[in-house]
Design a protein around this ligand. Structure first.
Ligand SMILES: [Zn+2]
Length: 223
């Protein structure tokens, strides 16, 4: 099977647009190395690319993506742990100043967990992985009379906040946070609206970023 034509076409577009404008930057970054100030932990979801949402240039974001933007608690058990390795590199080698956990609406992993539906099944990697959602599900409580979409949004948002707790179980993170050298943030992207919200620990709520610009350009969300 040949290399996907879509990617070849995309690369051609990259050559004549982005690379033409960013070539000097790529060259400089190849010589100096990367020194991003921000790590983003995002979902694998193809609709929620952190570099696109934050309009990031090369070298600006250190991104780790996994199903449902989760971070397992600190477990130094010798297993090969991709998230832990990325986190350790970001914090200890790159010395990022911020870690942003970026959740999103209509997350398939969260929905599968909530509905105990496919692609979850005993023995699969994803079922075991999504068990990390359990503390958030407990905090949100049973769905009860809540509409499914509302319940899922609450679960998605609570999971992002709970993931900050898991980040704090890593000694290298906790020490730097306590020294004021590293900040943790929870964010949430509405796929349908394109609205970004950020967790405010003072109010215990997510609040919209650039809400006025968003409303001016796209109108108010219908719900
Ligand atoms: Zn997702």
């Amino acid at each position: 099977m040949s290399f996907p034509q879509q990617l070849i076409d995309g690369y051609r577009a990259f050559l004549v647009s982005r690379l033409r404008h960013e070539q000097d930057r790529y060259r400089a970054l190849s010589e100096s190395g990367q020194s991003p100030q921000i790590m983003v932990i995002g979902c694998c979801d193809s609709r929620v690319s952190p570099e696109v949402v934050f309009d990031a240039r090369p070298g600006e974001l250190f991104v780790a993506r996994n199903i449902a933007n989760l971070v397992p608690p600190y477990t130094p058990d010798g297993a090969q742990r991709a998230v832990s390795a990325a986190l350790e590199f970001a914090v200890q080698a790159l010395k990022v100043k911020h870690i942003v956990v970026l959740g999103h609406a209509q997350c398939g992993g969260i929905r599968a967990f909530a509905e105990e539906s496919a692609p979850l099944s005993p023995g699969d990697f994803i079922g075991h992985w999504m068990a990390l959602i359990a503390p958030a599900a407990k905090a949100v409580g049973p769905r009860g009379e809540r509409p499914l979409e509302q319940y899922l949004a609450e679960l998605e948002q609570t999971s992002v906040v709970k993931t900050l707790d898991n980040l704090m179980t890593f000694p290298c993170v906790r020490i730097l946070v306590e020294r004021g050298k590293l900040a943790l943030h929870a964010a949430y992207f509405g796929v349908a609206t394109g609205q970004l919200s950020v967790w405010d620990s003072a109010t215990g709520r997510f609040s919209a970023v650039a809400a006025e610009e968003h409303a001016r350009m796209f109108g108010s969300p219908r719900f």
